[in-house]
Design a protein around this ligand. Structure first.
Ligand code: BG6
Length: 483
């Protein structure tokens, strides 16, 4: 029988995301028969106490999917053991609980413990040839520390057994982007520098750092979001068509993109990057404190970053990829915008200006939607033809008018299911993570060398105005929230 061990099983990630996701998988009949789910954490509590905590967490998230029957089935799988995960001795009783069969261990703990935990797991027999380990990001805070941790991981597990999570890859719309690009013939011929003017990737959040600052202050927006989620999105937009969806086929293409990213030199950092940090302001009508106030003292950590990335290959030469992410922005909004070029010549009165260039917007949050804006004739008998832009949604629902849209899934549902089935297509390979760190390290080195300090922005705004200048200098503007 297989087992899933959640190290850090009582922590925030497990309670907010992992256990509710597993409940939903149970609800949909997708969990493998006989799978045991074992919470493993430091706190001394009984399995019954743990199950009660899980129930409260799951019930709060289940909405319409709550069912006592499903819960009973789910609760029957749950178990708990208090462990010191860094000690092989302490993990031995866990190995007994796991028993024979594949064991998938999810490390939902501080990455600073990963190396010691995997070493202890190996000694305790929890890293056998069929076992797997799932690592939450961020692994390390730069290339060097990533390698240190990953070396310990690869002493215990082979690369095929390691599942490095980037939860953005589990989001439905991200997978839809793959379907859109490679399941249709219409987009791929246009997907290049001849037709695309630029690409924008925005991940805006209204939340602040709050009490996560001890972690966040060490990482900042560059390492917390750009190194992983945003570069992964960039890879999926920019990669060449893989020959199939096998894990290595997709990951080979992604890593080529990362290798083609132009390095950001200290001389250029000022021109192509923006660092920001929020100060007190107002979000959704509520006053909110600044980052320094939350942290209790001044800090040079950025809570906003915007970067112009260039991909030096044939497909993307001359097409900038603008990325920005920040805390305490006015909206929780994640989108990828593929901005096509303008028509070369307008036959309509008023010239090219009346025609808005086509735009493909892949929205991950707040709504999941893919839409294409095209120009259309405004209905009527005007003497001169009047044009208007219209938005065509390419998402689920257009075909099934009146049908209830599928439940919005937690990204971890897909990823937990894939890890349990041993499918690593949507996980990050070691060389990908290394390349991403390499590029990000150059950005942070450039900031350090140029003494680039974060620019203040008021909470509730779209970051420092320099982020608008980043595009304005090239005659472009952000799709949302430009100054
Ligand atoms: C996490 C970051 O990886 O992603 C957080 O550590 C961030 O800082 C979160 O808030 C955003 O995820 P999502 O799915 O809400 O966009």
């Amino acid at each position: 029988m297989a087992a899933l061990v959640l190290f850090g099983g009582g922590g925030d990630l497990a309670m907010r995301m992992l256990l509710p996701s597993l409940y939903f998988l149970e609800h949909d009949g997708l969990l493998p028969d006989g799978l045991k789910i074992i919470g493993a954490a430091r706190s001394e509590e009984t399995p019954a106490e743990y199950v009660a905590k899980v129930r409260a967490a799951v019930e709060g998230k289940a909405d319409g999917a709550w069912s006592d029957d499903v819960w009973e089935r789910f609760a029957a799988r749950l178990d708990y053991l208090a462990v010191d995960a860094t000690s092989a001795e302490s993990l031995k009783p866990l190995k007994d609980k796991v028993g024979p069969g594949t064991c998938t261990s999810f490390l939902a703990v501080s990455p600073s413990l990963y190396a010691r935990i995997v070493t202890a797991m190996r000694a305790a027999g929890l890293a056998e040839a069929d076992d797997r380990v799932v690592l939450e990001k961020p692994v390390g805070r730069d290339l060097e520390s990533f390698r240190e941790i990953d070396d310990a991981v690869s002493d215990a597990f082979s690369e095929q057994q390691v599942f490095r999570i980037d939860h953005y890859l589990g989001k439905e719309t991200v997978q839809n982007l793959i379907a859109l690009r490679f399941g249709n013939t219409v987009f791929e011929p246009l997907w290049n520098s001849q037709n695309i003017d630029h690409v924008q990737i925005t991940v805006g959040e209204t939340v602040g750092v709050g009490d996560r600052w001890p972690y966040y202050d060490e990482y900042g927006a560059l390492r917390d979001m750009l190194q992983n989620h945003m570069l992964q999105l960039l890879c999926l937009v920019a990669m060449e068509p893989p020959s199939d969806l096998e894990p290595d086929s997709v990951r080979n293409e992604k890593v080529k993109v990362l290798r083609s990213l132009r390095r950001i030199t200290p001389e250029e950092a000022d021109r192509v990057t923006v660092r920001g940090q929020y100060v007190a302001g107002t979000i959704e009508g509520r006053p909110v404190p600044g980052y320094d106030q939350e942290r209790g003292q001044p800090s040079d950590t950025e809570t906003f970053v915007a970067v112009r990335a260039d991909i030096d290959n044939w497909r993307w030469a001359g097409v900038p990829f603008f990325m920005r992410t920040g805390k305490r922005l006015p909206e929780k909004r994640t989108e990828i915008v593929i901005q096509f070029k303008e028509v070369p010549h307008s036959i309509f009165d008023g010239g090219r200006g009346v025609i808005q260039a086509n735009k493909l917007v892949i929205e991950l949050q707040p709504d999941e939607d893919i839409s294409l804006s095209v120009m259309n004739k405004r209905p009527g008998l005007d003497q001169k033809m009047q044009l208007q832009p219209i938005r065509m949604s390419l998402s689920w629902g257009q075909e099934d008018k009146g049908a209830k849209p599928p439940r919005r899934r937690i990204a971890y549902e897909r990823l937990l299911l894939d890890a349990l089935n041993g499918d690593s297509t949507l996980f990050v390979r070691r060389d990908e993570a290394e390349q991403a760190w390499k590029w990000v390290d150059e950005v942070s080195d450039a900031w350090a060398e140029g003494q680039v300090k974060p620019i203040e922005y008021e909470a509730g705004t779209w970051g420092p105005k320099e982020a608008s200048y980043l595009l304005a200098r090239t005659g472009r503007s952000w799709n949302v929230g430009d100054a």
